[in-house]
Every structure is written in C-alpha cells, then in structure tokens.
Write a protein that binds this ligand. Structure first.
Ligand code: GLN
Length: 261
C-alpha cells in the first residue's frame, strides 16, 4: 500500500515537472538551454551590408553588434550561422538557431511562423537603376524586368501576389544575393533592382559610376529580431534593444556603419 502511494506521488510529481517544462508552444526554456550550452546561435544571411556582411573572414555589421549585446546579456558566446535568406525561418523553426538577426522586416505573414522582438530599425524598399536609365519613379517599373533578393519584402513588393501594389512589374528575377542582382543590372540583363534602402546605398556606393538609387521609398518597414514562437528569449532580446536605445549605444552602433549625410 505504502509503496503504491509513493509511486503515485512520484508519477504526479514527474508529470508536473514535465508540463512545467513545456510551457508555451516553444521549447522548454530556450534561455536555460542557451546558458547550459554556453552559447547562443544567431542565424543570418551575411550579404546585406551594413547590417551583416563579410569583411575578410569576419562577419560584421549592425545586426552582429546587436546580437553580441544579446549574447553578453545572457553571459554566453555568440555563434553565427550564415545561410540563404529564404532558409532563415525554416532553419529557426527546425531548432538550428535561437534567433534571426538579418535586417528582417516584421511582416504579418512571417508572424504566422515566428515571434518578433520590438522593432529596432526603420527601413523601406528602394529602386536601383543604371545612371542613364529612363526609370525615374516606381510606376516606371511597370512592364520592366526587375531583380530582387529571393524571399525578401522586395520580392513580395515586386511579385505583388496580394495585389496591394500599384506597380505591375513585367518580370521578377530572384537572386540569392542583392549583389548578384546588381551585377545583372550592370550587365544589362535587368531594368532595375528593388532592395532595402541602406543596402541599396552600399551597393550603389561601390558602383557609383554605373548605377544610382532613386529617392522614392516604396514601402515602410521595421526590422526586428525573429524568434521561435513562444521562446522565452524574446524578453531578453527586447530588454537588450531597450537598453541599447536608452544608453545611446544603438545610435553609436548604427553610425559606425551608416554615415549621416
Ligand atoms: N528587409 C527585407 C526582408 O525582410 C530584406 C532582408 C534581407 O535581405 N536580409 O525581407
């Protein structure tokens, strides 16, 4: 009798612990797991200067510094996994990373699959054309061949699947890297490239004699860190962003990579 009672209590206790550990739809506690491992894994696509890009062997940029601040707050090492932009969310949800920092726009569509932190940066889509192009505004893109980075908001804008844009691009060509689209623009295979405004500045800066960025902003977007749904790490990420903003460190980081005109 006594033995049976003990077994029942033990079973109940075990059940309680198991359920407590599985709160929310995410993993048990992302933070515990990270602290135990001594590292937090951030995934990105390092082809997006000034947010993430390769400088020699090193990956650097605004998102890398924000991610480092998150790792510092957790007291662990930062590990970076560099993959294709359109693999970021599937990879996060396969448990291969703890968060995404990739100049990723917090869209309603993506919110179906991930949680977003508070926004940390305002952005928009911009048009890049050759210096002698007759394209001067967004409606001039009608019927034209436009290059985008696959799976980005620039891709959605030009593809216009939901019909929300007044621009009817003739053909959308998708590239793994914005730089590859720009190369095709310079080679005359595209009429324009649509990409985020600050990366557009950087791409144009490297080829200023052949291409230019138009002033018009096509969209209003906010970058945020993406996390698995229900991850308890979201609080730490939000606290880190808040602290960086309040201490002036965020402005410092941004101005290291984006010079004010
Ligand atoms: N902000 C864009 C998006 O979220 C592009 C991001 C990127 O190419 N890294 O789709």
């Amino acid at each position: 009798m006594k033995i049976r009672w003990t077994a029942a209590v033990a079973l109940a206790a075990l059940t309680a612990v198991t359920f407590a550990g599985c709160g929310g739809s995410g993993s048990a506690s992302a933070t515990d797991k990270i602290k135990k491992a001594g590292k937090v894994v951030m995934t990105t696509n390092a082809e997006f200067e000034p947010f993430e890009y390769k400088d020699g062997d090193e990956i650097t940029g605004i998102d890398i510094e924000i991610s480092q601040a998150i790792a510092d707050k957790l007291g662990v090492k930062l590990e970076i996994s560099d993959i294709a932009f359109d693999s970021l969310i599937p990879s996060l949800n396969a448990g291969k990373a703890d968060f995404i920092a990739a100049g990723m726009t917090a869209t309603e569509d993506r919110r179906k699959n991930v949680d977003f932190s508070e926004a940390y940066f305002n952005a928009s889509q911009a048009i890049i054309v050759t210096v002698d192009s007759e394209i001067a505004s967004r409606t001039d893109l009608n019927g034209k061949i436009v290059g985008v980075q696959q799976g980005t908001t620039g891709d959605s804008y030009c593809t216009n699947e939901d019909g929300s844009s007044d621009v009817q691009v003739g053909e959308v060509k998708r590239y793994p890297k914005g730089m590859d689209a720009v190369s095709d623009l310079i080679a005359g295979r595209l009429d324009a490239v649509v990409i985020d405004n600050f990366p557009a500045e950087k791409l144009v800066g490297k080829n200023a004699d052949t291409i230019k960025k138009l002033d018009e902003a096509l969209t209003e977007e906010e970058y945020a860190i993406a996390l698995p749904k229900g991850s308890d790490l979201t609080d730490t990420v939000n606290e880190t962003i808040k602290e960086l903003n309040e201490s002036g460190k965020m402005d410092e980081i941004v101005s290291k990579y984006i010079s004010a005109e």
